[in-house]
Design a protein. Structure first.
Length: 286
């Protein structure tokens, strides 16, 4: 990257030739978003692409992804999940699917869960699901693009993209290479939530990606005896954060052991999640 270009890049100190490929700053900030879009598989027709993001790990992003996908499926829409969390895939286990995903002349065929949800994840392509994926950023990003371009998704109303936490190579690739119609930000009630959410908001704004709203996970624990809501991670601040950033609160989810049991059993599609009703309505109205 030329010296003049580096001055416009917020990550100039850590830039390399490989990491700067596809970066708008590398082109003086003038490259259009369309110039980076990956080509959709010719046997696919995807109406809406929804990214599920978080500023940090451990907030239940995959849980929210699976919840949204399952409910939209129950509402009669055709749904797919692109597991872009390459180094920490959990979607296949939640839906009870295993590989190998098979290839054809048309491309890679996603694996269908029992409820019909189409899923593509690295865990469906490897021999050992427990083997660590030790890849550098550009390879991870390239894999995500292939999951969009080389997979035969067929006719899909909603493709949910479960992204890894943070603002690194993979989220950047998704925002630049996929025609994202909106993102859902997932967070938790801890004190540092405002800073974490702000990072995700700023990245979305920089990449000109619409923010559909924010979901607070682990919002409270409901006492099984009296029904009292116990904020074990502290009082919720999500309403203030959402208002400050001009976002809609799409839901506040409690800690519910029954959800974890369904996920561990691979039958996540059996759950009923009424805490995301606002999110479902937003998705239907896109």
């Amino acid at each position: 990257m030329a010296e003049q270009e580096k001055k416009s890049c917020s990550s100039a100190s850590s830039c390399s030739k490989e990491s700067c490929e596809g970066c708008p700053s590398a082109a003086g900030g003038q490259a259009s978003k369309e110039s980076f879009l990956a080509e959709m598989n010719q046997y696919s027709s995807i109406k809406k692409v929804i990214g599920i993001v978080s500023g940090k790990g451990g907030v239940g992003k995959s849980f929210i992804t699976a919840s949204l996908a399952s409910q939209m499926n129950k509402l009669g829409y055709t749904v797919g999940v692109l597991d872009a969390d390459i180094t920490g895939p959990s979607i296949p286990k939640m839906f009870g699917v295993k590989g190998p995903a098979v290839g054809s002349e048309m491309g890679i065929i996603p694996v269908e869960a029992k409820d019909g949800t189409k899923i593509m994840s690295l865990n469906l392509l490897v021999d050992d699901e427990e083997a660590p994926v030790i890849w550098r950023g550009p390879i991870l990003a390239g894999t995500v693009k292939q999951f969009y371009s080389d997979v035969v998704w067929g006719d899909i109303d909603y493709l949910f993209v479960d992204m890894p936490p943070g603002t690194g190579d993979v989220p950047l690739t998704v925002f630049q290479s996929l025609p994202v119609d909106g993102i859902v930000i997932v967070t938790s009630p801890q004190e540092l939530v405002q800073m974490i959410v702000k990072k995700a908001v700023n990245m979305a704004n920089m990449m000109d990606v619409p923010i559909l709203g924010v979901v607070e996970n682990y919002s409270y624990l409901k006492c099984p005896d009296c029904g009292k809501q116990i904020p074990i991670f502290g009082e919720s601040k999500i309403d203030e954060v959402a208002k400050e950033n001009g976002m809609k609160v799409l839901g506040k989810l409690p800690l519910d052991p029954s959800f974890a049991e369904k996920a561990d059993a691979g039958v996540f599609y059996d759950i009923e999640n009424p805490y995301l009703e606002t999110a479902y309505e937003v998705l239907k109205n896109l």
